[in-house]
Design a protein around this ligand. Structure first.
Ligand code: FES
Ligand code: FES
Length: 154
């Protein structure tokens, strides 16, 4: 066991865990940030996506010991009132079906737009490619990412 000071959603918080513990379980079990989901556990589905600094990362494969002082942002910390442009676009298009994959989808889309506010269809496709949706909401996701991009650029 070891102690770690983690910057999560703008707050520094301490946790004592095995250094190999994936951030997914630190977030869910220790900090009760349950928006980040467990899907596959092997970096193949994107349900567990959070931001590490500006990057979208798979928290199921991110050992707590590798985070250091980088900022972690989860879906709970993306915006104060759930009104990030990506979240607003998701509402406008009514993207979710069961909802299970959607926090991961939104975290991937928001990281994309942070780096590339005007992505092409191909760039959206590439960025979102690793986020699996069992309900097949892909068409609505693409539409919402475009709406969010337009609102970011407005
Ligand atoms: S649970 Fe992390 S990628 Fe599937
Ligand atoms: S909305 Fe059900 S898995 Fe994506």
């Amino acid at each position: 066991m070891a102690k770690f000071n983690l910057n999560i959603n703008g707050k520094t918080q301490e946790v004592e865990v095995d250094p190999s513990t994936p951030m997914l379980w630190v977030l869910r079990d220790h900090f009760k940030l349950l928006g980040t989901k467990y899907g596959c556990g092997i970096a193949q589905c994107g349900a567990c996506t959070v931001h590490l600094g500006d990057d979208a990362v798979r928290s199921c494969q991110l050992p707590v010991s590798s985070v250091g002082d980088k900022d972690i942002t989860t879906i709970e910390g993306l915006s104060e009132k759930g009104d990030h442009p990506v979240q607003q676009a998701w509402l406008e298009v009514d993207v979710p079906q069961c909802g299970y994959c959607q926090a991961g989808q939104i975290m991937t889309a928001s990281a994309l737009l942070e780096k590339n506010p005007n992505p092409s269809d191909e760039e959206i496709e590439t960025a979102m490619n690793g986020n699996i949706c069992r309900c097949g909401t892909y068409t609505r996701i693409k539409k919402a990412v475009k709406i969010a991009a337009n609102s970011v650029n407005a």
